[in-house]
Ligand binder design. Structure first.
Ligand SMILES: Nc1ncnc2c1ncn2[C@@H]1O[C@H](COP(=O)(O)OP(=O)(O)O)[C@@H](O)[C@H]1O
Ligand SMILES: [Mg+2]
Length: 268
């Protein structure tokens, strides 16, 4: 089911065009990403999978505008990204919450910075907090919550900014297996309703298959596109989809490719 390259589509919201990134450090130069191209269409969930160190975070950081490509261009709609991009919200693996602010204050932080008036801010924060099942915890501090609850707050905080694009860097990696599956379902529901575009990174092929419209397998560093898969599994994708023949066939296929690259990166 490898995907045909459809070339430029007018509905692309993110266009990564022949991007290479070389880091210069005291130890020398590291080519993290080489000649990487990818179009992400509006409303799509696209996931990058690949071995550790293959350049996934580097790609996300270039889309967010945190760092610049060494060559090539990342476009948001038709404009090259050359500063931190306010239309992108980022969710990291570590929760990145402010420990001295309550749940509600954390969620309201972005809208407050953006000058959203108090009442509107309050309503919206409440709505997101309810949506992820944290009603009753508005005034708790992150230190009083479990890992799963903290990651839900982090998700709320990213969503409260209403970004057109959600960039997710292994956000569920630290969660236990059951919490992780619940979070995947919540994310799918939220972005399904809002029509947001998601660029997601995970080590888990299961997670990639549950969440994605397309999966991009990256080669070992320097990260290139090794293959792309269109995931035509039906929605809603509940946990039991992982037992279907179609799911397992895709999983085997993607795993074989990832395994080759993990071995290449370990030189075994
Ligand atoms: N700021 C940096 N300076 C030097 N090397 C970096 C920097 N950021 C990432 N790298 C290197 O680039 C490669 C890709 O890193 P990264 O994008 O974090 O990989 P991944 O997220 O796929 O695990 C790694 O070899 C990493 O050590
Ligand atoms: Mg990473």
């Amino acid at each position: 089911m490898a995907e045909k390259d459809t070339g430029h589509m007018s509905s692309s919201i993110i266009r990564i065009e022949d991007v290479t990134k070389v880091f210069h450090s005291r130890k020398g130069n590291v080519e993290a990403v080489r000649g990487f191209s990818l179009d992400v269409h509006k409303g799509e969930v696209v996931t990058l999978v690949g071995s550790s160190g293959c350049g996934k975070t580097t790609i996300l950081n270039m889309v967010a505008g945190f760092i610049r490509p060494t060559s090539g261009t990342v476009f948001l709609e038709d404009s090259p990204i050359n500063k931190i991009e306010p239309r992108c919200g980022m969710i990291f693996q570590s929760y990145a919450l402010f420990p001295w602010l309550t749940v509600k204050e954390n969620v309201e932080f972005g809208p407050r910075i953006n000058g959203i008036p108090g009442i509107k801010r309050n309503d919206e924060a409440g709505r997101y907090i309810d949506m992820v099942g944290l009603e009753g915890f508005e005034d708790s501090y992150p230190g009083e919550l479990s890992g799963g609850m903290r990651q839900r707050v982090a998700l709320c905080r990213a969503l409260a900014n209403e970004p057109d694009i959600l960039l997710c860097d292994e956000p569920f990696a630290a969660l236990d297996a059951m919490t992780r599956q619940v979070m995947q379902q919540e994310l799918l529901q939220i972005v399904g309703r809002s029509g947001q575009t998601v660029l997601f990174i995970t080590h888990s092929i299961d997670e990639a298959l549950v969440l994605s419209d397309r999966v991009v397998v990256m080669s070992a560093r320097p990260g290139q596109v090794k293959d792309k898969f269109k995931i035509d599994l039906p929605h809603p994708r509940k946990v039991d989809i992982q037992l279907t023949d179609d799911f397992l066939a895709l999983k085997r296929n993607i795993w074989d490719l990832v395994e080759e690259e993990v071995r290449a990166s370990m030189k075994i």
